[in-house]
Design a protein around this ligand. Structure first.
Ligand SMILES: NC(=O)c1ccc[n+]([C@@H]2O[C@H](COP(=O)([O-])OP(=O)(O)OC[C@H]3O[C@@H](n4cnc5c(N)ncnc54)[C@H](O)[C@@H]3O)[C@@H](O)[C@H]2O)c1
Ligand SMILES: [Zn+2]
Length: 382
């Protein structure tokens, strides 16, 4: 069997590593840098700090700061239209998954003869036009490592992933200072999203020895740090979350997420539930459904995360991972019912149909899901 994993060429990690932007600018002889960000980062002063570093290194920044959460196709098009001068040498995305996904798409779209809708039909059309540096400020989607960009398609009430290796960023900076002021509910949602990436990749049909290395370490870091990061804002815990989220993203390039993400996408598309929250609501339910088909993998994941349980039976170890997933979602106070987001019992059949159409990810699930299976998973969380 041959397998593959893909990684950004340079990854800077550590407190104050944002300063490495200057080194990137000088090494690549950058004269003009495009910066994609959003209003929250602008208000926090993060964008200004980055602009100052760029200017100090001798380059001119152009900041595009109107990116909104969970962008749609037309949001991405609007952002591209807001770029005054696309003749840049580097595209920096500083923000959460929404900013980074928009920046990654811009890196293959600015100056291209194809548009976002063309890429939705044929993602392999994408060719990188601009070198990219991604700087996550949530903890997180792992978008700084992945070959994916997710966009909402409002007319179909769904979100879709555009997947192409050209979307893998060239460079990454993981600086804990940037998530120091992250609101607790965003630590919770994005942290559980990152945990889902690692657990789903480890239990995916596409899992390989290469992806397992990153998925297991991503899960270990997040299981051990998410509650501390959430309740205390502890710097070391947040730093570990940032690293765990990055590892989960790397795992995605070699494996793939499964039914948690598949059934989550219609919830984002229809009810605009934040990506991490919709995953969190479904996470334990889907893993409980998968338990028998994934028992040995969940047992092995438990060995990597909780070596102290290694003498327990495989059943106990598999159950302990699923139990921990429920605990993490409860301890981080993420709502457990879709009713809180306006989902009604009578919406169930539409959701079942939309969920069953997420075949790109459903094919990765170890256990096949019938319409009845999907229905009973959604029913448990409505
Ligand atoms: N490309 C991928 O591999 C991948 C993986 C998972 C999710 N996603 C996508 O990423 C998007 C979600 O990204 P996200 O969960 O990181 O959230 P986000 O980028 O949508 O940000 C959520 C909110 O947090 C704010 N924020 C970000 N950083 C902050 C900071 N440091 N301090 C204060 N506020 C801050 C933002 O302004 C926004 O209001 C979704 O569209 C999802 O589909 C992509
Ligand atoms: Zn995700």
């Amino acid at each position: 069997m041959s397998c593959m994993i893909q990684l950004p060429v340079r990854v800077h990690y550590g407190q104050n590593s944002l300063e490495q932007v200057s080194e990137t600018i000088k090494r690549n002889n950058v004269r003009r840098a495009l910066v994609f960000t959003d209003q929250s980062l602008r208000k926090l002063g993060t964008t200004a700090a980055l602009e100052a570093l760029i200017a100090k290194a001798g380059a001119v920044p152009e900041v595009v700061d109107q990116i909104i959460p969970e962008p749609s196709v037309s949001d991405v098009e609007k952002t591209l239209g807001a770029v005054k001068n696309p003749q840049a040498d580097l595209l920096i995305g500083i923000g959460g998954g929404s900013v980074m996904d928009t920046a990654k798409l811009a890196s293959v779209l600015l100056g291209a003869s194809y548009g976002v809708r063309d890429l939705l039909k044929d993602p392999l059309k994408a060719e990188k036009k601009l070198r990219t540096l991604m700087i996550p400020t949530t903890c997180g989607t792992g978008s700084e490592a992945t070959c994916n960009a997710i966009v909402a398609i409002p007319e179909e009430q769904v979100k879709k992933g555009i997947v192409n290796p050209a979307l893998i960023p060239d460079e990454v900076i993981l600086d804990v200072n940037l998530i120091a002021a992250l609101p607790r509910r965003i630590i919770a949602a994005t942290g559980v999203d990152a945990l889902a990436h690692s657990v789903e990749c480890y239990t995916s049909k596409k899992a390989t020895p290469l992806s397992n290395l990153y998925a297991a370490e991503g899960a270990r870091l997040i299981f051990h740090n998410i509650e501390k990061a959430y309740s205390e804002g502890d710097t070391e815990a947040l730093q570990n979350m940032l690293l765990g989220a990055f590892y989960g993203g790397v795992a995605i390039t070699g494996s793939g997420t499964t039914a948690v993400h598949a059934l989550s996408y219609p919830l984002g598309g229809r009810y605009h539930i934040a990506h991490g929250v919709s995953n969190a609501i479904l996470f334990a339910q889907v893993m409980a459904f998968n338990r028998d088909a994934c028992k040995s993998r969940l047992g092995a994941l438990s060995n990597a995360v909780y070596p102290e349980y290694s003498l327990k039976s495989e059943d106990e170890r598999a159950d302990s991972i699923i139990r921990r997933i429920s605990e993490v979602v409860q301890n981080t106070e993420i709502p457990l019912s879709l009713k809180e987001f306006g989902v009604k019992d009578e919406d169930l059949e539409d959701l079942v149909l939309a969920g069953s159409q997420q075949t790109r990810l459903l094919v990765n699930n170890m256990k096949e899901l019938s319409l009845d299976d999907i229905r009973s998973i959604y029913r448990r969380v409505i």
